[in-house]
Design a protein around this ligand. Structure first.
Ligand code: SER
Length: 320
């Protein structure tokens, strides 16, 4: 039997996923039951207005432990991370936040017997030797980025804590996440978000990967639902813990531009690949997520056209 989650800390709550996750969790569990942890960046006004906010840098063990004590936290969604692009510019920072920070979270869970830890992994766990299409759950994990190295090590460390110390820690390998609320910071898949902002603002976008670059992507409502459904899944049904493949849609940068042009026909896209092209080329194009479907009932709702319609409606209402 899984113990109930009553008091939740979301780290990285000013980030792309954290900023929306806090609001969805508050809606579900109550405003005062979800504490928005943030490092230096302030979370959005609606997070500040709707419930508790706490400065909590996961690399600072004392700060993390005192936040957990102060609010009697039993569950942590660890969304604080340095992504792949920034991770290549600052590899030691990526290691510190993604590994030492996550280790502090795991130790905190072990010492204080927390109910659950959620820690996302990523398609960045894969590398050029991994089969690129319909990438299996069990496969070669030899990433070439520091971000990917920390994601593989994080999956293994989480699984180790699960088996060795009975810490209930779970996670999914997210594809690129597309969303309208908070822009992503420093990832390789950021172009798939930036193109919407630029299409609406300027009808022009210079894309930092080639037109034929295909990557797996997911719309934010599905990403949030996936993580929360996994958190709530009965423990005895799970055969995997920290490394669930998760898929929704796959398309090229050019396909995405064509889809947006159905709404904004004047959109002009040019392609100027930078260092992130090599990262994109080392990642899979599509993912086999049958373990998530079988073990905890995963099924995404959005495709490229329903996502694009929703993104354009939401961003136009805000930006125009
Ligand atoms: N979106 C992430 C990145 O591009 C992948 O997990 O770094």
């Amino acid at each position: 039997m899984s113990r109930p989650m009553k008091k939740i800390l979301v780290t990285g709550s000013a980030g792309q996923i954290g900023s929306e996750l806090v609001m969805v969790l508050r809606e579900k569990y109550g405003n005062d039951s979800v504490i928005a942890g943030t490092n230096r960046t302030s979370p959005s006004q609606r997070i500040v207005d709707s419930g508790p906010v706490e400065v909590c840098n996961i690399t600072n063990k004392e700060q993390l432990y005192s936040t957990v004590d102060k609010y009697d936290i039993d569950t942590i969604y660890n969304m604080a991370a340095i992504l792949s692009g920034v991770g290549e510019q600052k590899p030691l920072l990526a290691w510190d936040v993604n590994m030492n920070g996550f280790h502090n979270v795991l130790e905190c869970a072990r010492e204080k017997e927390l109910v659950r830890i959620m820690n996302p992994s990523s398609i960045a766990a894969f590398g050029p030797e991994t089969p690129r299409n319909n990438t299996p759950q069990e496969t070669v994990l030899k990433p070439r980025t520091m971000y990917g190295v920390t994601k593989v090590a994080g999956e293994l460390l989480g699984d180790y804590y699960f088996r060795k110390f009975d810490v209930d820690v779970r996670g999914v390998r997210y594809p690129g996440i597309i969303s309208s609320e908070t822009p992503p910071g420093g990832g390789t898949t950021d172009y798939a978000v930036a193109i919407y902002y630029e299409a609406i603002r300027n009808k022009k976008y210079e894309c930092f990967v080639r037109e034929d670059t295909v990557l797996p992507m997911m719309y934010m409502p599905d990403a949030l639902k996936g993580l929360i459904d996994l958190a709530e899944a009965p423990k005895d049904k799970l055969k995997h813990y920290c490394d669930f493949n998760l898929a929704s849609m796959s398309f090229s940068a050019g396909d995405l531009a064509d889809e947006i042009r159905k709404h904004i026909p004047e959109l002009e896209v040019t392609y100027k690949p930078d260092f992130r092209q090599a990262i994109a080329d080392s990642w899979p194009q599509s993912i086999d997520d049958s373990s998530s479907r079988e073990e905890w009932g995963w099924a995404p709702s959005y495709d490229i056209s329903s996502m694009t319609k929703d993104m354009i409606e939401k961003l136009s209402a805000r930006l125009l």
